[in-house]
Write a protein that binds this ligand. Sequence first.
Ligand SMILES: [Zn+2]
Length: 442
Amino acid sequence: MQPRKIQPRRHEQTQPRRHEGTKKILQFLTLLAGAVSLSAVGQHSATNAAELVKDPAVKAALEAAKANEAQTIADQIRFCEVPAPSFKETARGEVLKRTFEQLGLQNVRVDKAGNVLGDYPGAAPRPRLVLAAHLDTVFPEGTDVKVKREGPGNNILRGPGIGDDCRGLAVLVAIVREMKKARVQTPGSITFVANVGEEGLGDLRGVKELFGTTMKDQIDRFVSIDGTGVHVTNVAVGSHRYRVTFKGPGGHSFGAFGMANPIGAMGRAIAKINEIQVPKQPKTTFNVGRVGGGTSVNSIPFDGWMEVDMRSSDPASLAAVDASFQKAVDAAVVEENQRWGKPGMITATKELVGDRPAGSTPENSAIVRSGLETATVLGFSANLGEGSTDSNLPMSLKIPAITIGGGGRGREAHALTESFDTIDSWMGTQHALLLTIALAQR
Ligand SMILES: [Zn+2]
């Protein structure tokens, strides 16, 4: 990866002085542009949510989103009861594909990675917003995915993946449904995507395919609905994950004593990794999370392995901790070989098993402001936050991107006991809906 600094967004506030004639022409052009951009939702900047909610079609869609929340919850359960471990999302993808078709999205298709796409064309193809939610879950094949209703008002849904990200999928579908029914027309276009590979070793393969091939250079704005609550994530915590394998000839612990030891080299490497200095701001971390190897207590092992995770929201800091980790492993191998006078006996291979790029979308960017303003206009409050989601990829490419919650209250994500509280969950549906319409403006 390329080490890179985050550039703060520059404000060009200063207006060049203009001649009177130029001014008149500009006034005329402004009027003309205003007339041309009149559409069913009127002329709005991407952030003018307050104006947007007065539009009759938008108003109708927002009211329906609240009124039909029971349908959204029913969809959430329906999607969740189809298993979808990362790399095995096909069955759930099929359900989403049929739903997209039934709701009348255009050009419904499945790309090479398994992402399900459907278009909601606006007056012009650009700007194009992609609204996405991920299909996959962290739960392995064979997990019981039946959703149970609990609580005094049956308001608690319990089932693996119910919030992360069946909620996102259900809200995605609710937006299509209500925009279609209310015939909301937008100047820009929207592509709805149910994507694969967000979780764990899925390693963002869905959005990597989407931005790299399927819709390369066609995405102007990206919103992922991931998880629960009403919030806006604009900082992407990136991560590098490695599996490091140390190898040597191995032998009898007594008879072959004097041989360099792969687990010895690994121990030295872990000690060095634990001494790496990282910045507190932006928070940058490392962890040796799993180790293994060896043959028996009375054998010099022929192998040892460890899994290492490093994270930061700053690409340069992530690159720096990665470089220190690489150096630690290489130096440990040399030291172990030197200790026994056996140059080259132990070797180490570092396999990159996870690469989620870091990045951020500036707080003063139009997409982040829209994310917050649409919540305010609806009477909700949304906080800014950081996370590791599908938006990591577009953020690293400097494409305006945020991740929002789908409403409700989620608990114990990634656990078999995951739950979702449906009380006032319509707020998430409304927020995502208004934001979608706001971002499909010019
Ligand atoms: Zn998720």
